[in-house]
Design a protein around this ligand. Structure first.
Ligand SMILES: Cc1ncc(COP(=O)(O)O)c(C=O)c1O
Length: 400
């Protein structure tokens, strides 16, 4: 068992642990669940160089959303640029030229203005057209911002073909952290209609279908395993798209489990009958997913395993902003300044959207070589038990 306390002493805190082993396991699970698909890891979820190296070792592919991400690939494993697709539907002329210079030539568009931008480069570009499948139930409904409607997509296909653009196929994103595969299935069925229309209208078999991301990270036991989630998708693809090259863009389901955070109590007070603990990591840093990604992290006290009475407590981050609060109602034993917390599954869209607010020190990342999910969990009740006498004021308790 890893000594997290010792790691925090050696490297300081806050501290992030990245496990290439966990990342590799998640990639291989997805690969076995959907073996007929070329998975392009969506680097935006966790734009960390070790992720690129794992994907390279697994012979995988990458989905990049910006020139900055391509530069990271170039600096880490330049050979991987040939395995990148550039999926942001909106690009500047400079973005397009830089991507092509780096050898990234599969690009995505979802409107006529974007297709027009690509015309000067049409001999070098392979185009995916993105269709929208709105999904208000998704954790992030990505079709609210991007993707053409089913009607518009026909016009875009026509525009691309009449202008001699090399059309690779259709892509979509049904929304992030889906827990029911039906959204993917409905989208695959709907895109089949577009592919049939293309065959009838233009005698063109589009060579690629890109089913995007949306595969869930298993944040609790109610979420299906990736194998169970993908099984009906696999069957649907086999039935409707035999012979078509299939791609995906998984982000969260690979990244989430691969990073854990160790933070430390740096301050403590009592307010409104609650203990407040101020940690040295917060929503402006590693836990930014609480703001940008609707994330609810599970913070486990490391040093006080099942010890003593539990008190209703508030966990807050280190910055001077009052939005920087991690948990309002958490049952915890009394913590002391210096005590540590472990937060697992922080890898997706948290570190990626950290900020420099208050100019706090950048959090160090340590690479570890074991599966982070094997770290022991503490069993604290997450809800107040019904027989739990509502907290004596900790203030009364400590001062009486
Ligand atoms: C175009 C595109 N592809 C893939 C992803 C990754 O999605 P997920 O993390 O849900 O797998 C995103 C997320 O924003 C995206 O915008």
């Amino acid at each position: 068992m890893l000594d997290l306390q010792a790691l925090a002493v050696t490297h300081g805190s806050p501290l992030l642990l990245f496990s290439s082993e966990t990342f590799r396991l998640r990639y291989q699970e997805l690969q076995s669940a959907l073996p007929q698909v070329k998975h392009h890891y969506a680097l935006k979820a966790l734009p960390y160089e070790e992720c690129i190296r794992v994907i390279q070792r697994c012979d995988g592919h990458l989905d990049v959303a910006s020139i900055g991400e391509m530069n990271l690939v170039k600096a880490t494993a330049p050979e991987m640029l040939a395995r990148c697709i550039y999926t942001h539907p909106i690009k500047t002329k400079r973005d397009i030229e830089s991507a092509l210079e780096m050898g990234v030539n599969v690009l995505v568009a979802d409107n006529r203005y974007e297709i027009e931008k690509l015309l000067p480069y049409k001999n070098r570009v392979k185009l995916l057209l993105r269709v929208a499948f709105p999904n208000p139930e998704a954790r992030c409904d990505l079709s609210a911002k991007f993707g053409a409607t089913m009607d518009e997509i026909k016009n875009l296909i026509r525009l691309s073909l009449t202008n001699g653009i090399h059309l690779q196929g259709i892509s979509f994103h049904v929304g992030s952290q889906m827990t029911d595969p039906q959204s993917h299935i409905r989208a695959i069925q709907a895109t089949r209609i577009i592919y049939n229309w293309c065959e009838e209208q233009y005698e063109l078999k589009l060579p690629v279908l890109n089913i995007g991301g949306g595969f869930p990270a298993r944040l609790d036991a109610s979420i299906p395993t990736i194998t169970d989630f993908c099984q009906p998708i696999r069957e649907c693809l086999d039935e409707l798209f035999p012979g078509t090259e299939l791609w995906s863009e998984p982000g969260r389901c690979l990244a989430a489990d691969s990073m854990a955070a160790i933070s430390q109590v740096i301050g403590k007070t009592v307010k409104n009958k609650r203990f407040w603990y101020y940690l040295n990591d917060g929503v402006y840093n590693t836990f930014s997913g609480k703001i940008y990604d609707h994330a609810e992290y599970v913070h486990e006290p490391l040093s006080k395993q099942n010890r003593g009475e539990l008190f209703m407590s508030v966990l807050a981050g280190p910055t001077c902003d009052s939005i920087d609060v991690l948990k309002e109602n958490m049952l915890l034993p009394e913590m002391e300044i210096g005590d540590l917390f472990l937060t697992k599954q922080v890898g997706a869209y948290g570190w990626a959207s950290r900020t420099d607010f208050n100019q706090l020190e950048q959090t160090k990342i340590v690479n570890v070589d074991f599966d982070l999910l094997s770290l022991q969990e503490r069993k604290l009740p997450s809800k107040v038990p019904s027989n739990y006498a509502y907290l004596r004021s900790p203030f009364t308790q400590t001062c009486a």
